[in-house]
Ligand binder design. Sequence first.
Ligand SMILES: NC(=O)c1ccc[n+]([C@@H]2O[C@H](COP(=O)([O-])OP(=O)(O)OC[C@H]3O[C@@H](n4cnc5c(N)ncnc54)[C@H](O)[C@@H]3O)[C@@H](O)[C@H]2O)c1
Length: 425
Amino acid sequence: MTAPISEQIETSERLRTEGERKMEWARQQMPILSALREEFTDEQPLAGERVGMAMHVEAKTAVLAELLAAGGADVAITGCNPLSTHDDVSAALDGVPGVTSYACRGVEDEAYYDAIEAVIDHEPTITVDDGGDLVFAIHEDHPELIDGIIGGCEETTTGVHRLRAMEEDDALEYPMFAVNDTPMKRLFDNIHGTGEAALSSIVMTTNTAIAGSTVVVAGYGYCGRGVAKKAAGQNADVIVTEVDPRLALEAHMEGYDVMPMAEAAEEGDVFITTTGNRDVIVEEHFEQMADGTILANAGHFDVEIDLDGLAELAVDSYEAREGLRAYEMPDGRRLHVLAEGRLVNLAAPVSMGHPIEVMDQSFGVQAVSVRELVTNGEAYEPGVHEVPDRLDREVAETKLAAEGIEFDELTETQEEYMDSWQHGT
Ligand SMILES: NC(=O)c1ccc[n+]([C@@H]2O[C@H](COP(=O)([O-])OP(=O)(O)OC[C@H]3O[C@@H](n4cnc5c(N)ncnc54)[C@H](O)[C@@H]3O)[C@@H](O)[C@H]2O)c1
């Protein structure tokens, strides 16, 4: 069974201090979590609860875990991707009273799932997931725990898809909030967060410019829109590929070239997948790509670029730079894959994940959703639930107040007008 990080690797004082520094920097840019920490510390809304978390263990997530512990919970956390853990942060987090961290960077699949089991061993009453691995493991292997679970929260689009698929099969046995689907998460984290962080990870890993290159964005959903917009903002030519005709049309109306991947493969210098789907870039595409092509994935799982297929085509493969693997084709072309095809903004060695301000919002929604489960859990049946709008607004208002931004309120007459159907011409 996996042990806490301090028993897996040597967590020196220096490593912990580095992690604490990263957390302190994150805390300073997270006014929403700071405001909630004051409230949670005073009111102890999570007293007696056990929160199990499987998330990207880096500084912003650590500030969320620390907040839940400050609210009275016993928190056990592990990663939701073998490459996104920052060991220094994991070590520092493991030292926070009320938190045990099992996350360790670079573990093999077996150790990854062992660490999820270690979290489940704490018999969580609430689960917080990014991608659904924890909820899935509980339903699959520990159904006896389900009666003791009030509910959970899911952070990302792929996790919400999995939960809805479970719900359709009548397999989801406790209530789950789709945190991903709130305006305060999706309109900022998926669009701006993924857009900025994916591009900056690519630039830092390759040390090459976005300007002047042709960037192919696969998928024009929330993440794809962000990546396309930021790449265009950095003076790239942007091509979008889509399977939804309305989103393909929207991308066209935004001024991007839209075409099938089979054509885009010949045109692009940099490819970024954001579909949440599998086999988006496969052999027929690799065969068309130019020497020097850069391939990155920003979707949740590492299934969007067919790496096995690429490895089979290649006559040689080597690390061109840290976090960048070159695959040499029989005709001498070199195709480069970032971060083993795992989500580039979190798994590339230089990556830091989304900007802190963005995660303050997403994790603000997580924290108020956990509070809602504890204070009002009996109101929710097993299944996927939208986060109540009042909670999303609360997070937005906290952020605006911290920024010193005032905004208008509806007058009573306006409210009455908006709620009525009798008013016409
Ligand atoms: N990198 C990150 O930090 C981060 C942040 C948020 C979400 N995500 C993940 O990114 C993925 C996308 O999230 P989203 O919120 O943008 O989802 P979304 O559903 O809004 O967008 C996905 C888009 O991809 C399109 N698509 C599906 N299959 C395709 C294919 N074969 N070719 C071209 N387009 C295809 C869909 O039509 C859809 O428009 C998910 O896996 C999500 O979990 C990653």
